[in-house]
Structures are given as structure tokens and as C-alpha cells.
Design a protein around this ligand. Structure first.
Ligand code: GLV
Length: 325
């Protein structure tokens, strides 16, 4: 990164951390303080709100932007921007940028691949057998090779592509629901069109969701979709909580229509302690940690976006506020 392109110490660009859930200064403060042209404050330490030109954010409070009339840039610390785009205080003129990081995609791909193996090999049964020291070769007669198991990937951006590639490399038959289509030269079958999600789900023994959250994808993982899937299929939900109608999943698990689920994101986070997912025998819960962005990736993204703004360019990492990604 070209540090010298930022303005010198005397003319720093000032920003503010805005977040309700994480201690952003603790996570990113050290990396950001290495940047000579930037200064970031906690909201309570901002000397002059009118000088704040950018914000580094994750799940900001509904009125978080109100105090800063001159914010030009809102850098999200992650790939998903839904929580920011629907924030009522986000100024219309502010450009929203996100992190587009190959390392983050690689971490996500490994996580998804692990869950594919978990469901394909019914690893939960081995854990259960181990608690009673039972040597039970459960799958010796029934195991299907990966080439006969279809894994569907919903969403084919940076994350979806990395996941599809990793899962295809393990020999699975991979389908991807994509907005734009494309050829199938790499062994990943793209399905596009209005009912791409439904078509992919109907063929998937294991369905991985990494769609962006938009008005058209909200509640998309619902009873109707589960009913289309092959009986006993598994769901790996790595997108956003509001994609999933949680009661519909619980009902589908009860009937066996869905055989198991790996859930990393939830409608309410942290997942309430009394939520039935925690104790469900066929649900694996992780705390919205399928992937992480490193302080370096976030800082690099922030510096690039601030430079773009300073140079009068539309940042390359800007999201399209109309499509939501
Ligand atoms: C994480 O949730 C992300 O959006 O990157």
C-alpha cells in the first residue's frame, strides 16, 4: 500500500468508529494508527464532529450517523453491508464501501468445506457413538462418493465462488445460483434466472447459503424451499440471519425433510440462550464467525477508499446502494 499518498500529519483525514456489537478500536486500532494520514476516534473522543469525514462501522446504532453531517465515506469492516444500508441515519450522499478480501473468502471456503464433509459423512453420529465407546462402521455400505452428491451454493460473489471451487476440488458435484450466469468450464454448474435458488435447492443434498441480504432474498430459506429439497438434505447457513425463517427450519428438521443444519448467522445475534437451535440434536451453531477479516485487510480497504475519496474518485470498493451489494 502506498502510505505516502495519504495526506501528511498536519492534514489528517478524521473518522469515527461506529459499532454496537464489537470493540472496533480494540480490533483495528493498532493497524489504523500505523496510517499517517488517518485519525480515528471513538464517538466519545471526537473533538469536532463536523470534521469527521469517514466512519469505520459494523452494525451501527440506528442514529449513529446523525452527529456527523460531513461523513463522505462509510467503510464496513466486512463483506456484507445490509446492516448499514438499512440504517435510517445513513446520509444519502455517503459512499458505502466493504472489504473484498481473498483471505476472508479462503477462510470462508474452508469453513463451508468442513461443513460439507460434516454432513456428507454424518460426523455427528460418530461423536455420539464415541460417547459410549461404540465401534460402529455406520457408512460402509451406504456412503455415496462425492461425485454423486450435489452441493448447491446460493450466491456467487467472492465468497460463493471460493466455496464452490473448494467443494468442487473435493470431488462434489457443485451447482451455483448466480445472477449473471456464465460458462461451466470449471466444473461448477451455474444456474441463473428468477428461480435459480429454487432450482439449485431442488437438486442439492447439501445447500450452502452465502447470498447478500436484500429485500428479494429476505426469508428465502423457508418452508417452500425446504419442501423442494431432496429428503434429508442439509443446510449450511452462512449468509445473514433474516434469510432464514427459523420456525420453518425447526419444522423441517422435526419431520426429517431437512436432516441437519449448520448455522452461523441468526435473526437475533447473539443467539438468545433459550433458543431451540442451541440444543437441537441436528443443528450445529457457530457465533457468526464463519469468516473474519484481518485488521490489515480492513485497514488496507479503508486507506484505499479514503484515498479514492480524497482524489475525487468513486471508490472501487463502493457498493451499489440499489442492489445492496
Ligand atoms: C461477515 O458477516 C461479513 O459480512 O463479512
Amino acid at each position: 500500500m502506498n502510505r505516502t499518498a495519504l495526506k501528511p500529519e498536519a492534514d489528517v483525514v478524521e473518522g469515527v468508529y461506529l459499532c454496537t456489537q464489537l470493540d472496533l478500536p480494540d480490533l483495528f486500532g493498532a493497524a489504523v494508527s500505523d496510517q499517517p494520514g488517518l485519525r480515528l476516534y471513538r464517538p466519545e473522543d471526537v473533538p469536532d464532529p463536523s470534521r469527521i469525514r469517514f466512519a469505520l462501522v459494523w452494525q451501527p446504532a440506528p442514529d449513529a450517523f446523525d452527529a456527523y453531517p460531513n461523513i463522505e465515506l462509510v467503510q464496513v469492516i466486512a463483506a456484507g453491508v445490509d446492516g448499514v444500508l438499512r440504517n435510517p441515519s445513513l446520509p444519502d450522499h455517503a459512499v458505502v464501501t466493504r472489504v473484498h478480501d481473498d483471505e476472508q473468502a479462503a477462510i470462508m471456503a474452508g469453513f463451508a468445506a468442513w461443513h460439507v464433509v460434516w454432513h456428507h459423512r454424518h460426523m455427528g453420529n460418530y461423536l455420539k457413538a464415541q460417547t459410549s465407546a461404540t465401534w460402529d462402521r455406520q457408512t460402509i455400505k451406504t456412503l455415496r462418493p462425492p461425485s454423486q452428491v450435489t452441493v448447491g451454493v446460493l450466491g456467487f460473489g467472492l465468497m460463493g465462488q471460493a466455496i464452490a471451487k473448494a467443494v468442487a476440488a473435493m470431488g462434489f458435484d457443485v451447482l451455483a445460483a448466480t445472477r449473471t450466469g456464465g460458462d461451466n468450464a470449471d466444473g461448477i454448474t451455474r444456474i441463473s434466472g428468477d428461480d435459480a435458488v429454487q432450482q439449485v435447492a431442488a437438486r442439492s443434498a447439501i445447500l450452502i447459503n452465502v447470498l447478500p441480504l436484500t429485500p428479494s432474498t429476505r426469508d428465502i430459506l423457508n418452508a417452500d424451499l425446504f419442501a423442494r429439497m431432496p429428503r434429508g438434505a442439509a443446510l449450511v447457513q452462512l449468509g445473514r440471519g433474516p434469510h432464514l425463517v427459523e420456525e420453518d427450519l425447526l419444522a423441517a428438521l422435526d419431520t426429517g425433510q431437512i436432516g441437519g443444519a449448520s448455522l452461523d448467522v441468526f435473526r437475533t445475534e447473539p443467539l438468545p440462550r433459550d433458543h431451540p437451535f442451541w440444543s437441537h440434536p441436528h443443528v450445529l451453531v457457530t457465533p457468526h464467525e464463519a469468516s473474519v477479516t484481518s485488521p490489515k485487510a480492513v485497514t488496507d480497504a479503508l486507506v484505499r477508499s479514503v484515498q479514492d475519496i480524497e482524489n475525487g474518485h468513486h471508490p472501487t470498493a463502493a457498493v451499489d446502494k440499489t442492489t445492496g451489494y
